[in-house]
Structure formats: structure tokens, C-alpha cells
Ligand binder design. Structure first.
Ligand SMILES: [Zn+2]
Length: 239
């Protein structure tokens, strides 16, 4: 095999590994299981924010009830003070005032009941949040581990890529320009493989067998001339 063909195959092999390394790098989150875990965690986060919204609504209800209860207590105090001080009021006024006090007392008790319900509901929601936290904590820890692992693997792949890209450029520089151009054109058209090996009577680009006549013709080509696979159109290098 001429040096040119050795370099051509080297460029092809490096291009193939560069493509594989890039695919591996892009798929790291998927293959490590991180992507699936993050999706699961996003689901839990959606659940958590739904529960947190319910908790906020309950807290708002409780605050509103407290304010109403405060207002009612103040009004009742004012009326009670007037009632105690009302030495000269008529019996009807006194009756109206004590009715009002009774009404306000009942109303306050009802609101206090509602406030208690809102507080108990918040306790239940807090328990839901705790349970959710217990479920997500180990998953968060695992996700952190996987993120570190993915970052580490990505660094390793980047190192291998940088080396391969550098070697590829050096190898490609050794090819005659016309051959390099032919290779690039074929490679972009034929799924990343522009130069295939002829192994026995099979092209390893398309994996089809060539006739023995064709194989002999290719093996008899003068050095420096590059054969073409009749089946797939790739450059064919006998090995
Ligand atoms: Zn072929």
C-alpha cells in the first residue's frame, strides 16, 4: 500500500472515531441515566410547587380569618364597654347591644373553627411536602453524582477528541489536494465514509462482495491510482 493510501485510511479511521466520540459525548446524559432521572425530578418539582401553592393559599386564608377575628373582637370590646357604661340607655338599646355581643361571639367562634381547619390542612400539606422531600432527596443525590460523572466523562472525551482532531489534520495535510477533495465529497455524501477497505472480496463501506474479476482489476491498479467500489461509489483500498 502506498503512503498516500495509508494516510487516506488514517484520515477515514480518525473521522470515524471523531464522529463516534461526538455521538458518545452528546449521548452522555442519556446513557448515564441522568436525563431520565432529571425528568423524574422535574415531575417531583412540579408536584412540589403545586403543593406549595396549596400551602400558600391556606396560609393566606388563615391570615384573612385572623384579621376578621381581630376586627370582630375589637367591635365586641367596644360594644361591651358601651354596654357596661350604659347606665342611662333604654332597655331596648341594652337588649340590642347584648344581642350584638352574642352575635359577634358566635361569628367569632365560627371563624375560629374555620381558622383551625385551615391550620390542620396546612399540617397535612406540610406532611405531604416532607414526604415528597424524602422521596426526592436520594434522587437529587444520585443526580449530583451522575452530573459529576457526566462532566468527567465529557472532559475525557474532549481530550480524546482534541488529540484525534489534531492527528486528523496532520494526516489530511499529507494527502494530495485532489484526493482530499474527492474524499470529503464522498464522505459527506455517503454517511461519513469516503474511503473503504477491500477485505478479501468485500467492500467494508457497503459490505457487499465484488466479483473476482473486479477484485483482480483493483489489485492490479498501478500504485497511486485509487479504485472505486462499483456498488457504493466509495474509494476502495485493498488491504
Ligand atoms: Zn462499497
Amino acid at each position: 500500500m502506498t503512503d498516500t493510501l495509508v494516510h487516506l485510511l488514517a484520515v477515514q479511521d480518525l473521522d470515524t472515531s471523531i464522529t463516534q466520540l461526538r455521538h458518545r459525548r452528546d449521548a452522555l446524559a442519556e446513557t448515564s441515566g441522568l436525563a431520565a432521572l432529571e425528568q423524574e425530578l422535574a415531575g417531583l418539582e412540579a408536584e412540589r410547587s403545586e403543593i406549595a401553592a396549596r400551602r400558600a393559599a391556606l396560609a393566606a386564608t388563615q391570615k384573612e380569618l385572623e384579621e376578621q377575628i381581630g376586627g370582630i373582637s375589637e367591635r365586641r370590646n367596644v360594644i361591651e364597654q358601651r354596654l357596661y357604661a350604659a347606665t342611662s340607655s333604654s332597655g331596648r338599646d341594652l337588649q340590642a347591644m347584648s344581642n350584638e355581643v352574642r352575635h359577634l361571639t358566635e361569628l367569632r367562634a365560627e371563624l375560629e373553627e374555620l381558622e383551625l381547619v385551615a391550620m390542620l390542612d396546612q399540617d397535612r400539606v406540610d406532611a405531604e411536602l416532607r414526604a415528597l422531600g424524602e422521596r426526592s432527596a436520594p434522587m437529587e443525590a444520585r443526580a449530583a453524582e451522575l452530573r459529576a460523572q457526566v462532566a468527567n466523562d465529557a472532559l475525557e472525551i474532549d481530550g480524546a477528541l482534541a488529540t484525534a482532531v489534531g492527528t486528523r489534520a496532520a494526516e489530511a495535510a499529507l494527502l494530495p489536494p485532489a484526493l482530499a477533495e474527492r474524499y470529503e465529497t464522498l464522505r459527506s455524501r455517503l454517511k461519513g465514509i469516503g474511503a473503504a477497505r477491500l477485505i478479501k472480496n468485500r467492500c467494508d463501506g457497503c459490505h457487499l462482495e465484488l466479483s473476482s474479476v473486479e477484485v483482480e482489476k483493483i489489485r492490479a491498479l498501478p500504485p497511486g491510482e485509487v479504485a472505486t467500489c462499483e456498488q457504493c461509489g466509495r474509494m476502495l483500498v485493498p488491504v
